[in-house]
Design a protein around this ligand. Structure first.
Ligand code: DAH
Length: 357
């Protein structure tokens, strides 16, 4: 029988397969590729030698050689996949952080930049509503003298109404003469004094800001909280103007299905005085635990500025009259977002804060 160039093909294949499975790294594999399957390989040499065969034999031998090449190439790919996986595992193992060690690696900064908190957002929304109604926005100090926080507001020393505000006193000057403001009403006094001194009456302004009271925090009270005060001093102002502003604000801020009502109340700086209530936003007026089944929630106080207050700051009560109101910004946030506990506003829990932006 005539010899064929492929007589030892099976042995060659076995040798190549053994060589492939001995390759120990990707580098070795890449270096060996040319001699295993490339131009310098036994397979390529055999391929060339087929040219000397008869056409019939050449076809059979060619097919045989093709099959052999496929077998070797696929063994090589399997080996490549295995070595790549091993090398990946080595990199991971090498780069693994031992949590027992001090970690000095710098990780990319992924924390978000943050945004204003719910109270600040609520304050802005309230300011927007009032600015839309023609009010300016004014600021006042958080540390006040007794005069601004109480006396000018018709609350003389030892007046029983002082009991309405549990006051933090600041250790400055005579005892109990400097306070952390218990409400934003003292800012009214500053505005009126300035307007009288500069001849710039009338006033249409809102005054948002932080207030302090010696209260025990609970679901509806904080000892550091926020109010927004409103003051209008102009000619011919009546209680109807006050009621109209309160109602317009209520619908603009809470929505058209929420309305307001005024109930007789008492504040030393307004006469008459009223408590300002809005439809309970939890039950929409049906009556629920939050509103004590009345359908209404108290938001703040209001009234016509008492002539004694106008006199204290030198506004001529013959020419000017006005109304004022004040209510809680935190309470608005609570009602608008149906917060069951107002203390969430001060606890800085990111899971709470992230819900509002
Ligand atoms: N200052 C009052 C408080 O903190 C709220 C208030 C009531 C403000 C009547 C006003 C007002 O301007 O007219 O309880």
């Amino acid at each position: 029988m005539a010899t064929s160039p492929l007589d030892h093909l099976d042995d060659e294949i076995s040798r190549l397969l053994a060589e492939i499975s001995a390759l120990a790294s990707l580098d070795e594999l890449i270096a060996a590729e040319a001699t295993l399957t490339g131009r310098r390989s036994v397979l390529s040499t055999l391929q060339k030698s087929l040219g000397s065969l008869e056409p019939e034999e050449r076809r059979t031998a060619g097919a045989q050689l093709q099959a052999a090449r496929r077998e070797v190439e696929s063994a090589l790919e399997v080996r490549r996949g295995l070595l790549e996986a091993q090398s990946r595992a080595q990199v991971l193992e090498r780069d693994r952080l031992d949590l027992g060690d001090v970690v000095t690696e710098q990780v990319p900064w992924t924390t978000s930049v943050g945004h204003p908190g719910l109270v600040a957002l609520t304050q802005r929304a309230l300011e927007d509503v009032f600015v839309g109604m023609g009010f300016t926005v004014s600021d006042g100090p958080e540390v006040e003298s007794d005069w601004y926080n109480f006396e000018a507001l018709n609350i003389p020393p030892a007046h029983p109404a002082r009991g309405l505000w549990d006051t933090f006193y600041v250790e400055l000057g005579e005892p109990e003469t400097v306070v952390l403001r218990t409400h934003t009403s003292p800012t009214q006094v500053h505005l009126m004094e300035t307007a009288v001194a500069t001849g710039t009456l009338p006033i249409h302004s809102v005054m948002p800001g932080r207030c302090y009271r010696r209260d025990t925090p609970d679901a509806r009270h904080l000892y550091t909280f926020h109010q927004i005060e409103g003051l209008v001093i102009d000619r011919g102002i009546t209680f109807a103007d006050l009621a109209g502003v309160i109602e317009t604000f209520t619908r603009a801020y809470f929505g058209p299905d929420i309305t307001s009502r005024l109930r007789p109340g008492y504040f030393p700086f307004t006469e008459p005085s009223a408590e300002f209530e809005v439809t309970c936003t939890i039950c929409r007026g049906e009556g629920c635990r939050t509103c004590s089944f009345t359908g209404w929630i108290e938001l703040g106080g209001c009234g016509m500025v008492d002539p004694a207050v106008l006199a204290a700051v030198g506004v001529d009560a013959e020419e000017w009259s006005g109304f004022a109101f004040g209510f809680g910004i935190d309470r608005c946030a609570q009602m608008r977002h149906q917060l069951s506990d107002m203390r969430a506003l001060t606890e800085n829990d990111a899971r709470f804060l992230e819900q509002f932006s």
